[in-house]
Design a protein around this ligand. Sequence first.
Ligand SMILES: *Cc1c(COP(=O)(O)O)cnc(C)c1O
Length: 353
Amino acid sequence: MPNECRVVDLRSDTVTRPTPEMRRAMAEAEVGDDVYREDPTVNRLEERAAQALGKEAALFVPTGTMGNQIAIKLESAPGDEVICEEYSHVANYEMGMMAAWSGCQPRLIPSEHGQLSWDQIQERMRPDIYYYSRHALVVLENTHNMGGGTVYPIEAAQEICDRAHERGMRVHLDGARIFNAATYLGRPAAELAAPFDSVMFCLSKGLGAPVGSLVAGSREFIGRALRVRKMMGGGMRQAGVLAAAGLIALEKHPAKLAEDHRNARYLAEALSRLPGIQVDLGRVQTNIVMFDASGTGLSAEEFSRRLKARGVLINPVNETRLRLVTHSDAGRACCERAMAVIAEAAEAALRAE
Ligand SMILES: *Cc1c(COP(=O)(O)O)cnc(C)c1O
């Protein structure tokens, strides 16, 4: 067994450690004070990110949450509603920040696997009359995390953006994993980002950087975003040491995501053959696999505990389901070891019943 597989951590693609190439670049990074906009490495990362997403400008932020919440703050007023999917990150995993920070409430739209259609949104919208709270902003998520890493069809996203714009709304893309979506579709990330007013993406997920995300949009939007970032405490100084790793993540690592997707597919197919486990293979498009372990007679939490005791880390997402995420620090050999442990745990649980 390769040494790095003694513990196989499939809880998230955020667990990747910086590569030796990243550590060298971090050590050698040219830096300056980024609050004065004088860090050449941060400036370069922001230019490259804007280019990659086809936007005028981009801003380096410590986390994806900050990037999303800057966009919500800039595109809404207190009392407004933000239209988003029921299990979206912005409404479920950002500590109620749209309410706490922007004074907005989410209008949650249920979906099958995280993708909305304009019809589903329109059904939940109210007429534009003064006594209703205003629909200011739509936020879409691509890939959709809790939907199982699922990808938006390009036409559906385009239609939502077009119709929302006609109604005077803005549309923000939570593209934490937009490069996974681009890899799946075989299209440039800029094409996926094109219809949106603003886009956030993470360097710290599958792209493998230790820290950082970017928010991108028009030059005017990013000018205002700079002020909000500072208000939120996100004005960093010699952040070039982080941006240096981010540049490698942005320029070299999108090409590595296809391998993560192949490993997710391998795991999903092997899981689907196990007794007591159910996977919807049609939903496995990128690097996330949701599976149901209730057929083993164990709760997802207990199943997760038993895997952990054997060195395989996979988190439960609710009473019956678990989520695993593949990444570049868990190659095929590690995934095979994880699979052997999962198979043993499932079979042992069924024997004990
Ligand atoms: C990870 C993630 C974010 C941002 O998370 P941070 O931990 O704040 O960087 C935003 N949206 C989605 C869909 C995510 O998966």
